[in-house]
Design a protein around this ligand. Structure first.
Ligand code: FES
Length: 103
């Protein structure tokens, strides 16, 4: 059964931005893109740096430490130095809140 957990209000994330959300000892990044809301692990797969201060460009997040890029809709690693994909999580919007399906 899917475990939907409320993360935040939709208006807590500016357009073309992300927030970090801590839950159960884990970090998640939640994005408000021009294609909707998406969620990934909150730490870059290169050197486990928080993506919080990264730049959102369309549906791409650029890591603030070395500039590696990921596609947030799929988690795909797009450019060096990242080569390992980010884990993604299903998102639903209900009643003005963002919910993540956490395994
Ligand atoms: S820690 Fe993200 S690109 Fe190096």
């Amino acid at each position: 059964m899917t475990n939907w957990v409320r993360a935040c209000a939709t208006d807590a994330i500016d357009a073309e931005d992300l927030i970090m959300w801590e839950h159960d000892g884990r970090s998640f990044a939640i994005y408000n893109t021009d294609q909707g809301f998406f969620a990934t692990d909150g730490l870059c797969t290169h050197q486990h740096y928080p993506l919080e201060d990264g730049i959102v460009i369309g549906t791409v997040i650029e890591c603030p430490l070395h500039g590696g890029r990921f596609e947030v809709t799929t988690g795909e690693a797009l450019s060096a130095p990242v080569c390992e994909d980010l884990k993604t999580y299903p998102v639903k919007i209900e009643g003005g809140s963002v919910y993540l399906a956490i395994d």
